[in-house]
Every structure is written in C-alpha cells, then in structure tokens.
Ligand binder design. Structure first.
Ligand code: C5P
Length: 312
C-alpha cells in the first residue's frame, strides 16, 4: 500500500516529539449489507481521503496523557476511550512496554461527523508512537492494529482511495486519475455511528438486502478522474438512516445543490454533508452559499485524494 510513510525495521528511537498528519475521508460509495451475527455489517466501502487533516504529536511522558486543541476540542474525549490512547496502549502491549507518552491532537476534522476523525487520530497516534519508540513496525503489523482499533482506521493509515470490504477494514487500493474538489458542510452536533447503523437495520426490516458490491461505474470514474461521472455514481446506504435521525440535513443537501454542486450526499454516517463540485472556484462559491444558507455550522472546501498518515 502506498500513500503513507513506511517505517522501516530497526528505526532508532528519536526521543523527541514526533508529529503525524492524518487525513479525513469521504465515502464515495457506502453499500451496506444485512446485519451479521456479530452486529457488524458487511460493506462495499469506497473510501477517498480528503485534504482536511488532524495532527497527532507524541512526546515522551511519565504516563499516557492526551490533550486536544481546535474548534471542536471540547467534544473530544481525553480518556482511554480516545482511539489515539487505545492505539498507544495496543502498540505498547504488543512490545511489552509501557505506553508512557503524551499525545497532543491538533484537531481540524469534524468530530463525530462521518469523516473518520477519531479513526484518523488512532492511526496517527499509532504511527507517531511507533516512530517515537523506535519500534520499526511493518506496514502489515500497523494495519493489523488499525483493524483492531476500528473498521475505518486502516484506511486512515493508507489514504488515497481504497475499497474496504468485510466490515470495511480489508482494503484494496484504488487508482485515482485526477483531483476532485469538494465542500464539506459541518453540522451542529455529531451522530453516533452505531445509532445510524441501528436505524439502517430498523428501516431495512422485512426488506431483502442485496450483497454489497462496488459499482464499476464509480470505480471507473475514480480511475479516470471524471468528476461528472463520479457525481452520477455517488451512493451512500447510510444516507436514509442519517436523514431519518436528522431530517434537517435535507435542507443542507438542497442548499448545496441549489448553489451549483454537481452532487450532494451525507458523508459516511453523517451528519457532515459532502458536495462534489467542478473546480476550486465552484468550491468557494458553494461553501459561501452553504454558510449564508444558515443550514450548517460552517463549510470547508477540500480536495482529494490526500495522502495517508505521514510523519512530518
Ligand atoms: O469498527 P467501529 O468501532 O468503527 O464501528 C463502530 C460501530 O459501527 C460498530 O460497533 C457497529 O455498531 C457499527 N458498524 C457496523 N458495521 C460496520 C462498521 C461499523 O455495524 N461494517
């Protein structure tokens, strides 16, 4: 897998702070299968990394501690439920060492927004601690820990574009033939991913759910960098449940479309909404219109693909 920074075996511990930059994601296709016996859902999940980034800095400390800065910092848990803390603990446990590290998160990705911000911090902390502690873990070892941390965490490490199958953690890298321009409308408050999946199950009761498969038209649009074709192929099975839980998102989707977006969809489990636009100029216009519409807290232009977790 490319898109991130490889850490080679035998890397020496630097001793100093290590900062890792990690991208957000949008799901350009999220096909959801029926609930499995373990409660998860099989997915055909086409991830695309976008240029909104968190930065995780690991510094030696007497014990595991976390701090966070950024506009949404007060919504980020600073205890062991934070995926960054769990990443440090899992990596340390594998190597029989103590996770004595201070993790500082500079948060720019919307919190609980369906853009894998928590997953990004997990992948970032993992790579930062691996470098700080001089462990030199292979990409495969890091991906294994990522999958243990959560379904979206492996993609945060890898970046670029990838098809996630299983519960989303089994990745196949995808070629992307151009730059796509987006606007992301950030909603007030978050949506819990398990709650959105439960709403999917409720809405799907008594309905035959097909096996999730990736759309060949969509994969082709990514490969050729064709924005118009991608706009026609965007699909998210979690959009209906997200809208059912948060009906006000319909007004945000409409505002972006009216402002000239080529396509609009809920990002992952929401409530962030994503608008695919023609170019950087259209992104500025649509972002300004979304903010003026009063249907979202803010709107952020971004591009894709973006590289995966990388040491700065
Ligand atoms: O893997 P992760 O911890 O990010 O998943 C959070 C929750 O989202 C799961 O506990 C489950 O409720 C739901 N989920 C799911 N099917 C997936 C991925 C996540 O039902 N493929």
């Amino acid at each position: 897998m490319s898109g991130g920074t490889e850490t080679g075996r035998g890397t020496e511990a630097s001793g100093g702070p290590v900062t890792v930059r990690v991208p957000a994601k949008v799901n350009v296709q999220l096909a959801v299968g029926a609930a499995r016996p373990d409660g998860f859902h099989d997915l055909a999940n086409v991830f695309l990394a976008v240029s909104l980034f968190d930065e995780v800095t690991a510094t030696p400390a007497a014990a595991l501690t976390i701090t966070c800065e950024g506009p949404d910092a007060d919504k980020v848990p600073l205890d062991r439920t934070n995926l960054a803390a769990r990443a440090a603990e899992l990596l340390a446990a594998r190597h029989g060492i103590s996770p004595d590290v201070h993790l500082h998160i500079a948060k720019d990705i919307p919190v609980a927004g369906g853009m894998a911000g928590g997953s990004a911090d997990g992948a970032g902390a993992l790579l930062a601690c691996d470098a700080l502690w001089g462990l030199g873990s292979s990409r495969e070892e890091l991906l294994e820990i990522c999958a243990e941390l959560g379904s979206d965490v492996p993609f945060s490490l890898v970046g670029g574009a990838a098809l996630g199958t299983g519960r989303g953690e089994k990745l196949t890298e995808l070629p992307v033939g151009g730059t796509f321009h987006w606007v992301f409308a950030v909603a007030d408050g978050g949506l819990s991913t398990p709650t959105v999946f439960r709403e999917f199950d409720r809405l799907a009761e008594g309905v035959e759910i097909p096996e999730p498969t990736a759309s060949p038209v969509l994969l082709d649009a990514l490969r050729t960098g064709d924005t118009t074709a991608l706009a026609g192929a965007l699909a998210n099975d979690l959009q209906a449940p997200a809208l059912s839980l948060r009906p006000s998102l319909a007004a945000t989707l409409a505002a972006g479309t009216e402002a000239g977006a080529l396509a609009a969809l809920v990002s992952g489990s929401g409530p962030t909404t994503a608008f695919l636009v023609k170019d950087a100029e259209a992104a500025e216009t649509v972002a300004a219109a979304l903010i003026a519409s009063g249907t979202c807290r803010t709107a952020r232009p971004a591009t894709s693909p973006a590289p995966g977790a990388s040491v700065l």
